[in-house]
Design a protein around this ligand. Structure first.
Ligand SMILES: [Zn+2]
Length: 62
């Protein structure tokens, strides 16, 4: 596993440490109704919509 320092080029080392190859975190999508960020396959916490219809009554501001 360990590789001598001089064997790994600066470009290779820095690319490994950079963000270019890291996937963006899944699990956050935009609500198609209100545009708020929500988790997929879950009722939108902002408007209570799911699959195009209101599942949970939209809560009023407290
Ligand atoms: Zn929404």
């Amino acid at each position: 596993m360990a590789v001598p320092t001089g064997k790994v080029s600066k470009a290779r080392r820095d690319k490994r440490r950079s963000n270019v190859w890291k996937l963006s975190v899944p699990g956050v999508v935009k609500c198609s109704n209100c545009g708020a960020l929500r988790m997929p396959h879950r009722v939108c916490p902002e408007c209570g919509m799911y699959n195009g219809r209101v599942v949970v009554a939209a809560e009023e501001e407290k």
